[in-house]
Write a protein that binds this ligand. Sequence first.
Ligand SMILES: Cc1cc2nc3c(=O)[nH]c(=O)nc-3n(C[C@H](O)[C@H](O)[C@H](O)COP(=O)(O)O)c2cc1C
Length: 326
Amino acid sequence: MSDTLLRDVTIRNVVELACRAPSLHNSQPWRWVADDGGLHLYADPSRIGHHTDSTGREVIISCGAVLDHLRVAAAGAGWQTATERFPNSNDSNHLASIRFWPIDFVSDHERALADAIKHRRTDRLPFAAPPNWDEFETLLRSAIVDHAAYLDVIDDDGRPALATVSRLTEQLRQQDASYEAELLWWTGYTDPHEGIPPTSLVSDAEDARVDVGRHFPGGVQGHRRPGIDRDHSLVLVLSTYDDSRDNVLRCGEALSTVMLECTAAGLATCTLTHMIEIHSSREAVRRLIGRVAEPQVLIRVGAAPQHEWPPLPTLRRDVSDVLEIR
Ligand SMILES: Cc1cc2nc3c(=O)[nH]c(=O)nc-3n(C[C@H](O)[C@H](O)[C@H](O)COP(=O)(O)O)c2cc1C
């Protein structure tokens, strides 16, 4: 195989794996371009309706997640990376340029994280409490130390207040026909390669046992995890010093790190942002974490029963639709 062909195949494989990253409603609001200067990540804000994500923050968070997934996928394949964020001051959608070079040694942890990309799923069912949390929290904090995001944990003490914020947010959203229309669009499953399929959603009975989840239409009927009477997860909040694009991108990178570390440790996760999309709810979350910072994303973390079949993966757009090799 020629050097150029080898480069193209490697980049394609790494980008394809990275695109398993989570994104708002599986909208995958990103585009990749590979050229002699490396690999470039662009945001594609046109993919997300602005009634859900009115500020565009969730586009950037999703792109931060795919950027971190890219580095993890590359490391697992034996490539070290150097990332320059916002390399072009004339194009704010050009989020990052990444350069690669081969390395001789891939650690077990790097392999485990790359493997976690394939197994991670957004799990919207109720969770049991995460075991050995204190030890794991220490590990998580050190894993995100370079990402410029703060991590707070809402435990049982703060949970009733968070559940109230979630319920009020949902009530407000029910009055918002444009928001509801966007939600129907992304759960309508017109193209199986984007949006959220019914198999990844929950029934009303299952939803009722998760007091802090976003409500989606169109889940399959069922009463899964009957042994978990209510959700016993911990809720993590990632926040940033401000809402600058740079910090929001870094927060998306931190989200990816948290999710992959959790998956590698056998924990289940579910990203939550409905409470961040509405100003008054976001203020309430800020008060709950008691920090002068901008809450960006919440993550439910817990344990799923081990004997269960893993949830089916949600599909992604074909890599040739999101990657251009020049
Ligand atoms: C910025 C962002 C916001 C999200 N918000 C929510 C949410 O509020 N509720 C939810 O259940 N899932 C949420 N998700 C998860 C996505 O729906 C999920 O990543 C996508 O459907 C792909 O599925 P997968 O994560 O199982 O691969 C969010 C993900 C991201 C990155």
